[in-house]
Design a protein around this ligand. Structure first.
Ligand SMILES: [Zn+2]
Length: 409
């Protein structure tokens, strides 16, 4: 595995500047292209699974976090509040309180449940400067978050569906979990005191893990302050483990925010909140993708998906027309002409690009390309339109394979 900090800079994906500050990386165009594709994939999967997307502000009044319990259980990780005309405003340490308030802003019938609310939103953690580095320990985080407001009976089904979304995403991303962890509370005052609530939610999560047939290890002292969670662990280039995805059951915040729905009996009932994240934070997910693939991202994520290589100056016009057709089809393309060196040198320079379309005199005359795949395979010359359609189909389906051998290529 590679070190994402070193490779991220070499490949021009992200960087930091002391003037912006430690733990506050910025994304360069190629990194932004990867991030954009990842965010679009998540939103698309969520839309298909019946989630509603919302936007909420990255700031909130101190009172909001006093109600949620962050203030008393999580303030060590929060930035100090800002005084604004007699009010204290805080950079948010999580999205949950905002989503609870959004749920509460309308009345809900049991028929609307499960109500799945999702947001790719910013949050902040006051990490000490000694631990900051790359994209894994940062102070500004873009979180892939969702909260499912549901009845107790719906919790297991929703949590299982979330685990299935995580499994599918890992397949598309080409990553493998190190292990599943059932994160339980530990000793000390970090956790809300409600023994019955903890007992119920631990029993629920254990049941879900068993039903999914997933092997897991229980770990004390790793729960969220408001409830236990299923964590999907990954390991980095030096074997250090961290949590990427998570599914949590929460009885605490619905209570604190006085959430309810109107049941079939016409009376008010308390919903349960299932917190879930498919890829955790965008920062950590991209860091892991860089390390896992060494910069050779799956085609749907690659900053440049197709490089067009005219053999000589005579094919440059044809190559430029092909580049336009690629752009029309939404493919990220680069044209590397003879001014960038010999064909061999240009092929080596594009070794991380999934597809390399070589255009010689014969291909230019017949509107064909000779396609090379990143893994070294070389295909017979094919019609340019067929090549573009087949690459687009693989990219749109978020396929990890570079080429569909079933269809006879
Ligand atoms: Zn949450």
């Amino acid at each position: 595995m590679h070190d994402h900090r070193k490779l991220g800079r070499e490949l021009g994906l992200f960087d930091t500047d002391p003037l912006i500050g430690a733990g506050l990386p910025y994304w360069l165009p190629d990194g932004a292209a990867v991030r954009h594709s990842l965010e679009e994939y998540i939103r698309d999967q969520e839309r298909r699974a019946g989630y509603w997307h919302v936007y909420s502000p990255v700031l909130g009044k101190r009172d909001l976090y006093e109600i949620s319990g962050h203030w008393s259980h999580y303030s060590d990780d929060m930035f100090p509040p800002m005084d604004l005309g007699g009010e204290q405003v805080v950079l948010r340490p999580s999205l949950c309180p905002h989503h609870a308030v959004i749920y509460r802003s309308r009345s809900h019938s049991y028929r609307e449940l499960p109500l799945r609310m999702a947001e790719l939103g910013g949050m902040y953690r006051s990490e000490p400067s000694g631990v900051l580095g790359g994209l894994t320990r940062v102070r500004a985080i873009q979180l892939n978050d969702a909260h499912i407001f549901c009845t107790l009976d719906q919790v297991a089904g929703e949590a299982q569906a979330a685990l299935e979304m995580i499994r599918r995403a890992y397949q598309a991303l080409g990553i493998t979990p190190a292990r599943y962890r059932l994160s339980l509370p530990g000793p000390g005052g970090k956790y809300v005191a409600a023994p019955e609530m903890w007992r119920r939610s631990v029993a629920l999560l254990t049941q879900i893990l068993d039903r999914c047939g997933l092997p897991y290890e229980a770990a004390e002292g790793e729960a969220a302050f408001y409830g236990p969670k299923i964590d999907v662990q990954i390991s980095d280039s030096v074997g250090r483990e961290s949590t990427l995805s998570t599914v949590q059951v929460d009885f605490h915040q619905p209570e604190r925010f006085g959430l309810h729905y109107i049941g079939a009996d016409g009376a008010k009932h308390r919903p349960v909140m299932v917190h879930r994240s498919i890829i955790g934070s965008v920062e950590r997910a991209v860091a892991h993708l860089i390390e896992q693939h060494g910069g050779a991202f799956p085609a749907w994520l690659a900053p440049t998906q197709l490089v067009i290589l005219p053999v000589s100056d005579a094919e440059v016009d044809q190559a430029a027309r092909l580049a336009e057709r690629c752009a029309d089809q939404g493919l990220r393309t680069d044209l590397a002409g003879p001014e960038h060196g010999t064909l061999g040198a240009r092929i080596r320079a594009a070794r991380l690009v999934p597809y390399q379309a070589v255009i010689g005199a014969k291909e230019a005359a017949d509107d064909q390309v000779a396609l090379r795949l990143r893994d070294g395979r070389r295909l017979n010359a094919l019609a340019a339109s067929e090549v573009l359609n087949r690459i687009s189909a693989l990219v749109d389906a978020h396929r990890i394979e570079l080429w569909d051998t079933d269809t006879g290529a």
